[in-house]
Design a binder for this molecule. Structure first.
Ligand code: HEM
Length: 396
């Protein structure tokens, strides 16, 4: 898509069809609009703007909209409460506290390759990793993890246009996603009730027992926040890990340096978020009044697509933008968005990917790509390989 983005950047505000979205592709415009209070993320505004399918309001299955699809002040209240469990002052503790568990999960997954000399890093590694981490973080008991995943998988799959059957099976498919959502909701509400009676050291306990000035979340709010974390944090992290391994295998010099120095995973992950961001664009915005961008008036109620991945390769912002270079001094990318909706899970995603990539680099002996390029998912919003077959000579 990157040559296409270069093309798009030539028209900073692109509007091709009368009822279609306005595409914004240069770094500084995207950044400014993500901070502009005249641009709304509210699900009702999106629906009113006629957005449907990708870029439309998510199916909430009866739950109230999550804070991803709310504007201030509701957005801020819910995000602040979620932060009491996730972020400052607990962030270092809760996320850092996951470091050991993450290493353990990664080690188990890599050991699971056994005697194989070829694996699909999507199915056998990247896919199961983040969902297991989120389970532990929320406080899902280990013995429930397998059942829990049977409800999460269809939910995550329902976001994937490729897995969506056409024609007559559509209704059946929706039904099964709906049912998974319901079972997940029922299971989580049971767990939340337990945590309300008897708090433990986990995120669900924090959400339901928060005592700050914002009060605690209602049961419905806890449920929609948990589902948001599960969905927003899954496929994105899978893609960052697989885009990451793919990029490293194409840059063996960087892979070699990472093997020798796991600390390099910090700038490697930041540069990956610029160079191959899993979320390529943010299509869920409308403007609540007329706004002017580079001399173009965007009328009230229009949909706006912010092309993050195009901004990340904008030569006005980054020198030699098409080069993968973890030694860049200034990697302020748009991979996690920006402004009030900037990624809530960023510290978690960073740590997960740093551990995953440095361990893969350390343990796979002489890894190489079986197919380059690998098959990609057909999804304009989330970019990542569907499979990533890697051959290697053994495990260290
Ligand atoms: C928001 C990317 C991982 C939770 C966002 C946004 C982006 C993003 C671009 C902004 C959306 C917008 O402006 O509308 C990513 C990427 C990830 C990742 C690339 C992995 C590499 C995670 C994880 C979690 C998470 C692991 C949670 C466990 C969220 C939430 C929001 C969000 C809750 C909404 C924030 C708000 O509306 O205030 N993410 N994300 N993300 N992300 Fe992530």
């Amino acid at each position: 898509p990157y040559p296409l983005y270069a093309e798009l950047r030539r028209t900073p505000v692109l509007h091709e069809e009368e009822d279609g979205p306005y595409l914004i592709s240069s770094y500084y415009d995207i950044e400014a609009l993500l901070h502009d209070p005249r641009i709304s993320s509210d699900a009702t505004n999106l629906a009113a703007a006629g957005a449907d399918g990708p870029g439309g309001p998510e199916e909430t299955g009866g739950l109230p909209p999550s804070f991803l699809r709310l504007d201030p002040p509701e957005h801020d209240r819910l995000r602040r409460i979620a932060n009491t469990g996730f972020g400052p002052p607990h962030r270092p503790r809760r996320i850092e506290g996951m470091r050991g568990a993450m290493r353990e999960i990664v080690t188990e997954l890599i050991d699971g390759f056994g005697d194989a000399r070829r694996v699909d890093l999507v199915d056998q590694f990247a896919y199961p990793f983040p969902v297991t981490v989120i389970c532990r973080l929320l406080g899902v008991p280990r013995e429930d993890e397998p059942t829990f995943r049977t409800w999460v998988d269809p939910l995550v799959a329902s976001l994937d246009p490729e897995k969506r059957p056409g024609g007559g099976q559509e209704a059946e498919y929706r039904q099964s996603a709906q049912e998974a959502r319901m079972r997940l909701g029922m299971y989580l509400s049971g767990l939340v009730e337990e945590r309300a009676r008897e708090p433990r050291d986990d995120l669900l306990s924090d959400l339901v027992n928060s005592r700050g000035p914002d009060g605690a979340m209602t049961m419905m709010e806890v449920l929609s926040t948990s589902v948001l974390l599960l969905i927003a944090g899954h496929e994105t992290t899978v893609n960052l890990i697989t885009n990451g391994m793919l990029t490293l295998l194409r840059h063996p010099e960087v892979l070699g340096r990472l093997r020798a120095d796991p600390g390099l995973s910090v700038p490697v992950v930041e540069e990956l978020l610029r160079y191959e961001p899993p979320v390529q664009l943010v299509p869920q915005r409308t403007c609540i009044t007329d706004i002017e961008v580079r001399g173009v008036t965007i009328p009230k109620g229009s949909r706006i697509w912010l092309m993050l991945a195009a901004g990340n390769r904008d030569p006005e912002r980054f020198e030699d933008p098409d080069r993968f270079d973890p030694d860049r001094r200034d990697i302020r990318h748009l991979g996690f968005g920006s402004g009030i909706h900037s990624c809530f899970g960023a510290p978690l995603a960073r740590l997960e990917t740093q551990i995953a990539l440095s361990e893969l680099a350390r343990r796979l002996e002489n890894p190489r790509l079986v197919e380059d390029p690998p098959p990609y998912r057909e999804n304009a919003v989330l970019r990542g390989p569907r499979h990533l077959d890697v051959a290697f000579d053994g495990l260290r």
